[in-house]
Design a protein around this ligand. Structure first.
Ligand SMILES: [Zn+2]
Length: 309
Protein backbone atom coordinates (compact mmCIF):
# COMPACT_ATOMS: atom_id res chain seq x y z
CA UNK A 1 0.00 0.00 0.00
CA UNK A 2 1.38 3.44 -0.86
CA UNK A 3 2.35 5.61 2.05
CA UNK A 4 -0.18 8.38 2.21
CA UNK A 5 0.33 11.15 4.70
CA UNK A 6 -1.61 9.84 7.68
CA UNK A 7 -3.78 12.92 7.79
CA UNK A 8 -4.73 12.58 4.12
CA UNK A 9 -5.50 8.89 4.66
CA UNK A 10 -7.60 9.75 7.70
CA UNK A 11 -9.48 12.49 5.89
CA UNK A 12 -10.20 10.12 2.99
CA UNK A 13 -11.29 7.34 5.36
CA UNK A 14 -13.64 9.81 7.07
CA UNK A 15 -15.56 10.25 3.81
CA UNK A 16 -16.68 6.64 4.11
CA UNK A 17 -16.59 6.04 0.35
CA UNK A 18 -16.51 2.32 -0.37
CA UNK A 19 -14.84 2.07 -3.77
CA UNK A 20 -14.68 -1.72 -3.66
CA UNK A 21 -18.50 -1.89 -3.38
CA UNK A 22 -19.15 0.20 -6.51
CA UNK A 23 -20.47 -1.60 -9.60
CA UNK A 24 -17.70 -2.06 -12.14
CA UNK A 25 -17.04 -3.58 -15.49
CA UNK A 26 -13.91 -5.05 -16.91
CA UNK A 27 -12.50 -2.78 -19.61
CA UNK A 28 -10.41 -5.44 -21.30
CA UNK A 29 -10.00 -4.09 -24.80
CA UNK A 30 -7.60 -1.25 -25.56
CA UNK A 31 -9.57 1.85 -26.57
CA UNK A 32 -6.70 2.99 -28.81
CA UNK A 33 -5.40 -0.09 -30.66
CA UNK A 34 -8.01 -2.76 -29.84
CA UNK A 35 -5.48 -5.15 -28.25
CA UNK A 36 -6.75 -7.37 -25.48
CA UNK A 37 -5.87 -10.24 -23.20
CA UNK A 38 -2.23 -11.14 -22.83
CA UNK A 39 -0.99 -7.82 -24.28
CA UNK A 40 -2.51 -5.89 -21.37
CA UNK A 41 -0.27 -5.69 -18.29
CA UNK A 42 -1.11 -4.64 -14.75
CA UNK A 43 1.23 -1.93 -13.45
CA UNK A 44 -0.51 -0.70 -10.28
CA UNK A 45 -3.09 -2.06 -7.84
CA UNK A 46 -3.69 1.03 -5.69
CA UNK A 47 -4.49 4.60 -6.53
CA UNK A 48 -3.17 7.74 -4.87
CA UNK A 49 -6.10 7.76 -2.44
CA UNK A 50 -5.34 4.19 -1.35
CA UNK A 51 -8.30 2.62 -3.17
CA UNK A 52 -7.84 -0.78 -4.78
CA UNK A 53 -7.85 0.43 -8.38
CA UNK A 54 -5.96 -1.54 -11.00
CA UNK A 55 -4.07 0.32 -13.73
CA UNK A 56 -3.29 -1.67 -16.85
CA UNK A 57 -1.08 -0.63 -19.75
CA UNK A 58 -1.38 -1.91 -23.31
CA UNK A 59 1.85 -3.62 -24.36
CA UNK A 60 1.12 -2.81 -27.99
CA UNK A 61 0.45 0.95 -27.84
CA UNK A 62 1.18 2.13 -24.27
CA UNK A 63 -2.30 3.42 -23.43
CA UNK A 64 -3.13 3.10 -19.73
CA UNK A 65 -6.58 2.57 -18.23
CA UNK A 66 -8.35 1.34 -15.14
CA UNK A 67 -9.70 -2.19 -15.32
CA UNK A 68 -12.12 -2.95 -13.91
CA UNK A 69 -13.59 0.53 -13.85
CA UNK A 70 -16.83 1.86 -12.43
CA UNK A 71 -19.94 1.79 -14.59
CA UNK A 72 -21.23 5.02 -16.11
CA UNK A 73 -23.94 5.18 -13.43
CA UNK A 74 -21.39 4.70 -10.64
CA UNK A 75 -19.26 7.52 -12.11
CA UNK A 76 -22.31 9.79 -12.31
CA UNK A 77 -23.00 9.19 -8.60
CA UNK A 78 -19.28 9.65 -7.84
CA UNK A 79 -19.16 13.06 -9.52
CA UNK A 80 -22.42 14.14 -7.90
CA UNK A 81 -21.31 13.67 -4.31
CA UNK A 82 -17.84 12.16 -3.83
CA UNK A 83 -15.36 13.66 -6.30
CA UNK A 84 -14.90 17.20 -4.88
CA UNK A 85 -14.85 16.10 -1.18
CA UNK A 86 -12.35 13.35 -2.09
CA UNK A 87 -9.97 15.69 -3.91
CA UNK A 88 -10.32 18.19 -1.04
CA UNK A 89 -9.47 15.47 1.50
CA UNK A 90 -6.47 14.37 -0.55
CA UNK A 91 -5.02 17.88 -0.85
CA UNK A 92 -6.10 19.01 2.60
CA UNK A 93 -7.83 22.13 1.34
CA UNK A 94 -11.31 23.06 0.20
CA UNK A 95 -11.91 22.41 -3.50
CA UNK A 96 -15.46 23.18 -4.58
CA UNK A 97 -17.41 24.91 -7.34
CA UNK A 98 -16.13 28.35 -6.24
CA UNK A 99 -12.41 27.46 -6.10
CA UNK A 100 -12.70 25.49 -9.33
CA UNK A 101 -14.18 28.51 -11.10
CA UNK A 102 -11.26 30.70 -10.03
CA UNK A 103 -8.78 28.08 -11.24
CA UNK A 104 -10.66 27.70 -14.55
CA UNK A 105 -10.57 31.45 -15.09
CA UNK A 106 -6.76 31.45 -14.94
CA UNK A 107 -6.64 28.37 -17.16
CA UNK A 108 -8.90 30.04 -19.76
CA UNK A 109 -6.89 33.25 -19.82
CA UNK A 110 -3.71 31.25 -20.52
CA UNK A 111 -5.50 29.21 -23.17
CA UNK A 112 -6.81 32.34 -24.92
CA UNK A 113 -3.25 33.72 -25.04
CA UNK A 114 -2.05 30.45 -26.58
CA UNK A 115 -4.83 30.21 -29.17
CA UNK A 116 -5.20 33.81 -30.36
CA UNK A 117 -1.96 34.03 -32.42
CA UNK A 118 -2.49 30.53 -33.88
CA UNK A 119 -5.96 31.09 -35.30
CA UNK A 120 -5.72 32.91 -38.63
CA UNK A 121 -9.41 33.72 -38.42
CA UNK A 122 -11.15 34.29 -35.10
CA UNK A 123 -13.82 31.63 -34.47
CA UNK A 124 -17.41 32.85 -34.57
CA UNK A 125 -18.70 29.90 -32.59
CA UNK A 126 -17.19 27.88 -29.74
CA UNK A 127 -18.42 24.60 -28.25
CA UNK A 128 -16.99 23.54 -24.90
CA UNK A 129 -17.54 19.81 -24.39
CA UNK A 130 -17.74 19.00 -20.70
CA UNK A 131 -17.72 22.76 -20.16
CA UNK A 132 -19.29 22.77 -16.68
CA UNK A 133 -20.38 26.27 -15.62
CA UNK A 134 -18.99 27.88 -18.78
CA UNK A 135 -16.04 29.73 -17.25
CA UNK A 136 -13.58 28.63 -19.95
CA UNK A 137 -16.08 29.07 -22.81
CA UNK A 138 -17.02 32.51 -21.47
CA UNK A 139 -13.45 33.81 -21.22
CA UNK A 140 -12.55 32.49 -24.68
CA UNK A 141 -15.75 33.78 -26.30
CA UNK A 142 -15.16 37.24 -24.85
CA UNK A 143 -11.48 37.21 -25.82
CA UNK A 144 -12.03 35.96 -29.37
CA UNK A 145 -15.38 37.64 -30.06
CA UNK A 146 -17.33 34.40 -30.46
CA UNK A 147 -20.66 32.92 -29.35
CA UNK A 148 -20.31 30.10 -26.82
CA UNK A 149 -22.17 26.82 -26.40
CA UNK A 150 -21.58 24.55 -23.40
CA UNK A 151 -22.28 20.81 -23.50
CA UNK A 152 -22.27 19.10 -20.12
CA UNK A 153 -24.21 16.39 -18.29
CA UNK A 154 -24.57 18.44 -15.07
CA UNK A 155 -27.76 20.54 -15.33
CA UNK A 156 -27.02 22.64 -12.22
CA UNK A 157 -23.64 23.65 -13.66
CA UNK A 158 -25.22 24.43 -17.04
CA UNK A 159 -27.69 26.77 -15.31
CA UNK A 160 -24.73 29.00 -14.36
CA UNK A 161 -23.55 29.10 -18.00
CA UNK A 162 -27.07 29.86 -19.19
CA UNK A 163 -27.44 32.70 -16.69
CA UNK A 164 -24.25 34.16 -18.18
CA UNK A 165 -25.91 34.24 -21.60
CA UNK A 166 -24.43 31.10 -23.15
CA UNK A 167 -26.30 28.46 -25.10
CA UNK A 168 -26.33 25.21 -23.11
CA UNK A 169 -26.93 21.60 -24.08
CA UNK A 170 -27.38 18.88 -21.46
CA UNK A 171 -25.65 15.65 -22.41
CA UNK A 172 -22.52 13.58 -22.88
CA UNK A 173 -20.27 14.04 -25.90
CA UNK A 174 -20.37 10.32 -26.69
CA UNK A 175 -24.17 10.43 -26.97
CA UNK A 176 -24.82 13.96 -28.24
CA UNK A 177 -26.04 14.14 -31.86
CA UNK A 178 -25.50 17.63 -33.27
CA UNK A 179 -26.82 16.59 -36.68
CA UNK A 180 -25.20 18.76 -39.35
CA UNK A 181 -24.30 21.48 -36.90
CA UNK A 182 -20.63 22.38 -36.49
CA UNK A 183 -18.59 24.90 -34.47
CA UNK A 184 -15.48 26.88 -35.46
CA UNK A 185 -13.67 25.93 -32.25
CA UNK A 186 -14.46 22.81 -30.23
CA UNK A 187 -12.88 22.44 -26.78
CA UNK A 188 -12.25 19.39 -24.64
CA UNK A 189 -10.43 20.87 -21.67
CA UNK A 190 -9.08 18.84 -18.74
CA UNK A 191 -11.72 16.25 -19.58
CA UNK A 192 -10.28 13.51 -21.80
CA UNK A 193 -8.79 11.51 -18.87
CA UNK A 194 -12.24 11.41 -17.27
CA UNK A 195 -14.01 9.94 -20.32
CA UNK A 196 -15.29 6.40 -20.58
CA UNK A 197 -14.66 6.22 -24.35
CA UNK A 198 -11.86 8.42 -25.68
CA UNK A 199 -12.07 7.19 -29.26
CA UNK A 200 -15.85 7.61 -29.50
CA UNK A 201 -15.70 11.09 -28.00
CA UNK A 202 -12.97 12.25 -30.39
CA UNK A 203 -15.00 10.95 -33.33
CA UNK A 204 -17.97 13.01 -32.09
CA UNK A 205 -15.70 16.04 -31.63
CA UNK A 206 -14.44 15.68 -35.19
CA UNK A 207 -18.00 15.62 -36.59
CA UNK A 208 -18.75 18.82 -34.70
CA UNK A 209 -15.61 20.67 -35.89
CA UNK A 210 -16.31 22.97 -38.88
CA UNK A 211 -14.12 22.52 -41.94
CA UNK A 212 -11.54 25.27 -41.59
CA UNK A 213 -12.19 25.18 -37.85
CA UNK A 214 -10.16 23.81 -34.94
CA UNK A 215 -10.34 21.74 -31.82
CA UNK A 216 -8.35 22.07 -28.61
CA UNK A 217 -7.81 18.99 -26.44
CA UNK A 218 -5.51 18.56 -23.45
CA UNK A 219 -4.34 15.53 -21.51
CA UNK A 220 -2.73 15.07 -18.13
CA UNK A 221 0.58 13.68 -19.42
CA UNK A 222 1.19 10.42 -17.55
CA UNK A 223 4.88 10.31 -18.55
CA UNK A 224 5.53 13.72 -17.02
CA UNK A 225 3.40 13.03 -13.98
CA UNK A 226 5.09 9.65 -13.25
CA UNK A 227 8.53 11.29 -13.40
CA UNK A 228 7.44 14.01 -11.01
CA UNK A 229 5.50 11.77 -8.66
CA UNK A 230 8.30 9.19 -8.51
CA UNK A 231 6.10 6.21 -9.30
CA UNK A 232 2.96 5.38 -11.19
CA UNK A 233 0.81 4.68 -8.13
CA UNK A 234 0.89 8.35 -7.13
CA UNK A 235 -0.54 9.19 -10.56
CA UNK A 236 -3.37 6.64 -10.58
CA UNK A 237 -6.72 7.99 -9.38
CA UNK A 238 -10.17 6.55 -9.66
CA UNK A 239 -11.43 9.77 -11.29
CA UNK A 240 -9.21 9.07 -14.32
CA UNK A 241 -10.29 5.98 -16.29
CA UNK A 242 -7.60 6.77 -18.94
CA UNK A 243 -3.87 7.60 -18.81
CA UNK A 244 -2.47 9.27 -21.92
CA UNK A 245 0.86 10.74 -22.92
CA UNK A 246 2.04 12.70 -25.96
CA UNK A 247 2.46 9.68 -28.29
CA UNK A 248 -0.84 7.96 -27.38
CA UNK A 249 -2.74 11.24 -27.67
CA UNK A 250 -1.22 11.84 -31.12
CA UNK A 251 -2.30 8.32 -32.15
CA UNK A 252 -5.89 8.97 -31.03
CA UNK A 253 -5.93 12.25 -33.01
CA UNK A 254 -4.58 10.56 -36.16
CA UNK A 255 -7.30 7.88 -35.99
CA UNK A 256 -9.96 10.56 -35.42
CA UNK A 257 -8.82 12.46 -38.56
CA UNK A 258 -7.22 15.39 -36.79
CA UNK A 259 -3.87 17.02 -37.58
CA UNK A 260 -1.84 18.57 -34.75
CA UNK A 261 -1.27 22.28 -35.42
CA UNK A 262 0.47 23.27 -32.18
CA UNK A 263 1.23 21.94 -28.72
CA UNK A 264 1.68 23.49 -25.32
CA UNK A 265 2.72 22.26 -21.90
CA UNK A 266 1.41 23.85 -18.73
CA UNK A 267 3.13 23.85 -15.37
CA UNK A 268 0.64 21.39 -13.87
CA UNK A 269 1.49 18.61 -16.35
CA UNK A 270 -1.27 19.21 -18.90
CA UNK A 271 -0.22 18.85 -22.52
CA UNK A 272 -2.54 20.71 -24.87
CA UNK A 273 -3.03 20.23 -28.61
CA UNK A 274 -4.52 22.59 -31.15
CA UNK A 275 -6.02 20.37 -33.85
CA UNK A 276 -7.36 20.89 -37.36
CA UNK A 277 -9.56 18.53 -39.36
CA UNK A 278 -7.39 16.40 -41.62
CA UNK A 279 -7.34 12.98 -43.24
CA UNK A 280 -7.45 9.86 -41.09
CA UNK A 281 -3.94 8.52 -40.74
CA UNK A 282 -2.48 5.38 -39.26
CA UNK A 283 -0.49 5.88 -36.04
CA UNK A 284 3.15 4.78 -35.90
CA UNK A 285 2.39 1.47 -34.14
CA UNK A 286 6.01 0.22 -33.97
CA UNK A 287 7.10 3.46 -32.25
CA UNK A 288 4.19 3.19 -29.83
CA UNK A 289 5.07 -0.41 -29.04
CA UNK A 290 8.67 0.55 -28.41
CA UNK A 291 7.60 3.25 -25.96
CA UNK A 292 5.19 0.79 -24.30
CA UNK A 293 8.05 -1.67 -23.83
CA UNK A 294 10.18 0.99 -22.14
CA UNK A 295 7.22 2.01 -19.97
CA UNK A 296 6.75 -1.57 -18.81
CA UNK A 297 10.35 -2.02 -17.67
CA UNK A 298 10.22 -2.87 -13.95
CA UNK A 299 12.62 -0.04 -13.08
CA UNK A 300 9.92 2.41 -14.10
CA UNK A 301 7.64 1.23 -11.30
CA UNK A 302 7.72 1.29 -7.58
CA UNK A 303 8.98 -2.06 -6.18
CA UNK A 304 6.53 -4.89 -6.49
CA UNK A 305 3.96 -3.03 -8.54
CA UNK A 306 4.70 -4.79 -11.81
CA UNK A 307 2.53 -7.79 -12.22
CA UNK A 308 2.34 -9.88 -15.36
CA UNK A 309 -1.08 -11.35 -14.68
ZN1 LIG B 1 -3.36 -0.55 -27.19
Amino acid sequence: MPVLGSTAAERIAALGYDYSAQPKLRAGECNLCGARGERVITVARRDRYGFAARLVVCGRCGLGWLSPRMTAAAYTAFYASVYRPLVSAFHGRRIDAATVQAQQHDYATELADFLAPLLARAPRTILDVGGSTGVVAGVLAAGLGARATVLDPACDELAVARAAGMETIAGLAEQFDAGERTWDLVLLCQTIDHLLDVRGTLAALRRMTASGGHAFVDILDVDLMSQRADGIERVVKIDHPYYLAGPTAAAFFALASYTIVAERLSGDGHRGFLLAPGPRSEPDWPALQQRAGALLQPRNHSPGSLDQR
